[in-house]
Design a protein around this ligand. Structure first.
Ligand code: HEM
Length: 185
């Protein structure tokens, strides 16, 4: 069940209709994205801090995690605009790694989905304030969903691989068990 990040991003781009026009628009607004990034990071970690469970995950007792998080968030946010390597393999590898980091920390869909919704909502407010286009809003929404899919898929892939490794089950058997389990719920 090992995921190929490059193949995965290609599928997502097609599925979500992330086009060359989206890329061009994001690149043209990369400076705006970079300027906005620190404020977005502030807002994001304030938001996590207001949730007791998420706040407990983020809090490492003053060992520099929050500082690192701000820095990495700023990079992450800006990379959505630059696309790193035209939203290619490097971009996909980076997103896959971000997904794995979250899985290792026990951060699941229930945390990540609302968090990404907060990003989309907050960036939307800035778009209006700065007189940016609806197109940019749509494009940013699409790239945020691609990034979200990576974190979510990492969760599924890591959980599945762990079960397969521990049990020695085949992928086919595992899938059958999931289907049966879902039917009985
Ligand atoms: C929109 C969703 C999110 C984005 C875009 C995001 C972004 C990032 C990035 C870029 C990193 C650095 C990964 C690396 O080291 O390579 C990171 C790490 C981390 N994130 Fe998130 N994150 C999200 C959601 C969350 C949520 C919901 C939580 C808490 C419940 C969280 C807590 C953490 C923690 C604790 C780390 C590790 C920090 C460290 O010790 O270096 N993240 N995140």
């Amino acid at each position: 069940m090992a995921l190929d990040p490059h193949a995965f991003i290609s599928t997502l781009k097609k599925r979500i209709s992330f086009t060359d026009a989206d890329k061009a628009l994001l690149k043209s607004e990369a400076e705006w994205g970079l300027k906005l990034a620190p404020e977005m990071a502030e807002h994001f970690y304030e938001y996590l801090g207001r949730d007791p469970e998420m706040s407990a995950i983020v809090d490492d007792g003053g060992n520099g995690r929050i500082h690192r998080l701000r820095e990495t968030f700023i990079h992450w946010f800006h990379e959505m605009f630059t696309g790193m390597d035209d939203w290619g393999s490097a971009y996909a590898e980076r997103r896959w790694k971000i997904g794995l980091v979250h899985v290792r920390l026990g951060i699941g869909p229930q945390h990540v989905v609302p968090a990404m919704a907060t990003v989309v909502h907050q960036v939307g407010k800035h778009l209006i304030k700065d007189g940016k286009s609806e197109d940019l809003k749509d494009t940013l929404g699409r790239i945020c969903m691609i990034d979200l899919a990576f974190i979510e898929q990492a969760y599924v892939e890591v959980s599945s691989s762990a079960v397969l490794q521990e049990t020695g089950w085949t992928e086919g058997l595992f899938r059958r068990l999931i289907t049966t389990g879902a039917k009985s719920m």
